[in-house]
Design a protein around this ligand. Structure first.
Ligand code: NAP
Length: 283
C-alpha cells in the first residue's frame, strides 16, 4: 500500500480505493461540495455518502466540480432504513442517482440490517431489499453491491438467500471496537471490509503516554496513527473532515508502518464509552 489511490479488488473485479472520504454529518451544502472538491484535490478518489446523510445532492455537485472525470472516482451510497423492501428500495436508489446526478454508483449498500419500524421479519425484509440491489446490479446501475452494519446472523441470512453475493460489509471498526466475528465471517464470505468512524477513540487516547510516544516515534498525529491501524488491518478506511488541513493530514498515512507490537497494543485498548452498540449508531 503506497498511496491513497491504491485499491483492493472486490469479488466481482471492481477496484475500490483503500481510503475513502466520508460525508456523514456534513449537511451544510457548501461544506459538502467543498469537502468533496478538497478531498479529490488531495488525491482521494473514493467518496462515501448515504440517503440518510441528506447530502447526496451536494456530494453530487462536488463530484461535478472536482475536475476529475467520473470514471476515475469511486462513489458509494446507502439505502435509508425506511426504504427497505423490493419496490421501495428500487425506487429510492433511482432517486439517489438523480440527486447525485450520476448514471451509476460504484457501490451501493443496505445501510442497516434491521429496520425497527418493520419489527418482526427482518430476514424476509433483508432478502427482498437485497433482491432490488441485485436487479439494479444486473442493469448496470450499481457496479458493486454490499451491506453495512450486518452482523453474523444477518450475513448468514443473505448468504443463504442471495443470487449475487455481497462484495462489501461496511462496519464500525477502530481500537476498542474490533467486531472480530463479523470481520471473520465477512472475509469468509469473500467481502472486503470497510471501516467507519476510525477516529472515534481519538479523544480517549490523548492522555495515553504510550500513544503519545508512538506519535513522537512515527512523527504522526493520533488521527494518522488510527487511520494507519485501520489500513494495516486490511480495512478500506473511511474518514471525514470538513477542514482542508485535516483532509490532507488524514491522507498522509502511506509513508510509515506501525510495528506489530504497536498494532497489538492498539488492538488491546478498551474504551467503555465506545462499546455500547446503541450509542454509536447513526440511525
Ligand atoms: N455505514 C454506517 O453506518 C456509517 C456510520 C458512520 C459513518 N459512516 C461513514 O464513514 C465515514 C467516516 O466516519 P466518521 O464520519 O465518523 O469519520 P471519522 O474520520 O472517524 O471522524 C470524523 C470526526 O473527526 C474529526 N476529524 C477528522 N480528521 C481529524 C484530524 N486529523 N484531527 C482531529 N479531528 C479530526 C472530524 O471533524 P471535522 O470535520 O471538524 O474536521 C469529525 O468530527 C462517515 O463520514 C460515513 O461516510 C458509515
Amino acid at each position: 500500500m503506497a498511496s491513497l489511490q491504491d485499491t483492493y479488488t472486490l469479488s466481482n473485479g471492481v477496484k475500490i480505493p483503500v481510503l475513502g472520504y466520508g460525508t456523514w454529518q456534513v449537511t451544510d451544502p457548501q461544506e459538502a461540495v467543498e469537502g468533496v472538491v478538497n478531498a479529490v484535490k488531495e488525491g482521494y478518489r473514493h467518496i462515501d455518502t448515504a440517503q440518510m446523510y441528506k447530502n447526496e445532492e451536494y456530494v453530487g455537485k462536488g463530484i461535478k466540480e472536482c475536475g476529475v472525470p467520473r470514471e476515475e472516482l469511486f462513489v458509494t451510497s446507502k439505502l435509508n432504513n425506511n426504504n427497505h423492501g423490493y419496490d421501495r428500495a428500487r425506487k429510492t436508489i433511482e432517486e439517489s442517482l438523480e440527486r447525485l446526478d450520476l448514471d451509476y454508483l460504484d457501490l451501493f449498500l443496505i445501510h442497516w440490517p434491521v429496520v425497527k419500524e418493520n419489527g418482526g421479519d427482518w430476514k424476509q425484509d433483508n432478502i427482498d431489499t437485497w433482491r432490488a440491489l441485485e436487479d439494479l446490479y444486473d442493469e448496470g446501475k450499481l457496479k458493486a453491491i454490499g451491506l453495512s452494519n450486518f452482523a453474523v446472523p444477518h450475513l448468514e441470512n443473505i448468504e443463504e438467500n442471495c443470487r449475487i453475493k455481497p462484495m462489501v460489509n461496511q462496519i464500525r471498526l477502530h481500537p476498542g471496537v474490533l467486531q472480530e466475528d463479523t470481520v471473520e465471517m465477512s472475509r469468509k464470505q469473500n467481502m472486503v471490509i470497510e471501516a467507519w468512524s476510525p477516529l472515534s477513540p481519538m479523544k480517549y487516547m490523548e492522555e495515553n503516554t504510550k500513544v503519545q510516544a508512538m506519535c513522537s516515534e512515527y512523527g504522526k498525529s493520533i488521527a494518522q496513527i488510527l487511520l494507519r491501524w485501520s489500513l494495516q488491518h486490511g480495512f478500506v478506511t473511511l474518514t471525514k473532515s470538513v477542514h482542508e488541513e485535516r483532509i490532507r493530514q488524514n491522507a498522509d498515512i502511506f509513508d510509515f508502518e506501525l510495528s506489530q507490537g504497536d498494532m497489538d497494543y492498539l488492538d488491546s485498548l478498551k474504551f467503555d464509552e465506545l462499546s455500547k452498540p446503541d450509542d454509536f449508531q447513526e440511525r
